[in-house]
Design a protein around this ligand. Structure first.
Ligand code: SF4
Length: 436
């Protein structure tokens, strides 16, 4: 562990973290044993979003088991993901792994003519044996064009942690986005959102008078949004560093903003777009007042149950800093420690400014040291992965499974109350059980 008190305002130029000196935030960097999913887990929500795509993991039985456990009952609903298992023969070099892969892909595409985009998803084993999936994707794309496009990205635990799998997938799609031909500015919302949330945001942008709005990833692979120098993009998720860079290389401009979690976050996120489109204050207030009031009413019901409660975040999804900001500012929770696997300082600058003074942020993980700190602090609520949740519950510590925060619709005004309730529920359950 190498802990350090860092005043973000003293970070070297280029870190993009403009927290004022008057509000120091302690950032600790930790290295050690980690307890996080690999990037393959992203397939679980990506395959639901892009409805004509199939995700073929090129990996081992371990990868197939991970997908089965992460996807739960979804595996019984003819999902659009699977694993091409690298057998001993491939590992020993006795079989031509590329020929085997071609055979698997041909069979899959014959059986599933509805597939329009096939992702070859790299894993630890495919990387260790240096199977060139980029070349395989090119080769297979040529063979199956124009019916199917084949794209590769990595979800391996060697290179990606949990939500980074989505970043890796979207980054691989950026070169396929068509060039924007319009000279008018267009807005691109980047990051997977539940369809219901996407529809709400679309209506809100229309009410602000922003008409040319597209979402990335789209619901169908045949509807990839155009990008170019007139594209402005808002990130809907905090873990999209490489995708954002790739979009910037295509000429698009990032609109910095806090993330649309809670009433405040959503308001500021929409405002970033409104400013870029020169929407007047009156129009903005009129367009957002109704949903904002609904969100604030829903949050007011949860606040008495959460205010003053002490919360500890283990690192998992990179959503931790915006969630902590929401829980502290809108629900009055006290932040003991906010762990995050990576801190994308450039994209989180607006979030860090809003975190309460003295917030303890931890980037990376040394799980044993973190568990010791957690036990010593005796928090009211711990946000952590499934591997830690039940053992901590058995020790009498109340937990919230972090994975639910990635799978549930939590963005936007209309979901603010639901998001707060995800934190109320475990505390409520603990209180009820104590009363039995
Ligand atoms: S990609 Fe690596 S970490 Fe992920 S399940 Fe496969 S072997 Fe495990």
């Amino acid at each position: 562990m190498n802990g350090a008190n860092v005043n973000p305002s003293s970070l070297p130029a280029g870190t993009g973290c403009p927290v004022p000196a008057a509000r120091p935030i302690e950032i600790r960097h930790e290295r050690g044993q980690q307890q996080v999913f690999c990037g393959l887990a992203g397939i679980v929500w990506l395959h639901r979003k892009i409805q004509d795509a199939f995700f073929l993991v090129v990996g081992s039985r371990t990868c197939a088991h991970l997908m089965q456990s992460a996807a739960g009952v979804m595996i019984f609903a003819e999902p659009r993901f699977g694993t091409a298992i690298i057998e001993d023969r491939d590992l020993a070099g006795l079989a031509d792994a590329n020929a085997e892969l071609d055979r698997v892909v041909n069979r899959l595409l014959e059986r599933r003519p509805d597939i329009r985009m096939l992702f070859l998803v790299g894993s630890c084993p495919s990387e260790v044996i240096k199977l060139d999936l980029d070349r395989a994707a090119e080769r297979l794309s040529e063979r199956h064009a124009p019916q199917v496009r084949v794209v590769s990205y990595t979800g391996s635990g060697l290179e990606t942690a949990f939500t980074q799998g989505e970043d890796s997938c979207l980054e691989a799609l950026v070169p396929l986005l068509p060039n924007a031909s319009s000279t008018e500015a267009s807005l691109l919302i980047v990051g997977t959102l539940a369809d219901v949330v996407e529809d709400q945001f679309r209506r809100q942008f229309a009410a602000l008078g922003i008409k040319d709005v597209a979402f990335f990833p789209p619901r169908r692979s045949t509807e990839l949004p155009a990008v170019g120098p007139n594209t402005r993009f808002l990130l809907a998720q905090p873990y999209l560093r490489d995708t954002a860079r790739a979009l910037e290389k295509r000429g698009a401009t990032h609109l910095p903003a806090p993330f649309p979690l809670g009433a405040e976050g959503t308001g500021l996120w929409l405002q970033a777009a409104a400013r870029a489109w020169n929407v007047g204050d009156e129009t903005f207030t009129a367009a957002t007042a109704g949903p904002r009031e609904r969100a604030e009413r829903a949050l007011a019901r949860c606040r008495p149950l959460l205010a003053g409660k002490r919360i500890f975040f283990f690192p998992d999804s990179q959503l931790e800093p915006p969630l902590a900001r929401f829980l502290a500012r809108e629900l009055g929770m006290e932040l003991i420690e906010v762990g995050t696997p990576f801190l994308q300082r450039a994209h989180l600058a607006a979030e860090l400014e809003l975190l309460p003074e003295g917030t303890q942020l931890v980037e990376g993980q040394d799980v044993e040291a973190q568990l010791d700190r957690c036990r010593a602090q005796k928090p009211d609520l711990v946000v952590c992965g499934l591997g830690l949740a039940n053992p901590l519950e058995a020790e009498g510590i109340t937990t919230k499974w972090s994975i639910e925060l990635v799978f549930s619709p939590i963005h936007g005004f209309d979901q603010a109350g639901d998001l707060a309730e995800l934190f109320v529920r475990p505390l409520d359950r603990r209180a009820r059980l104590a009363g039995l």
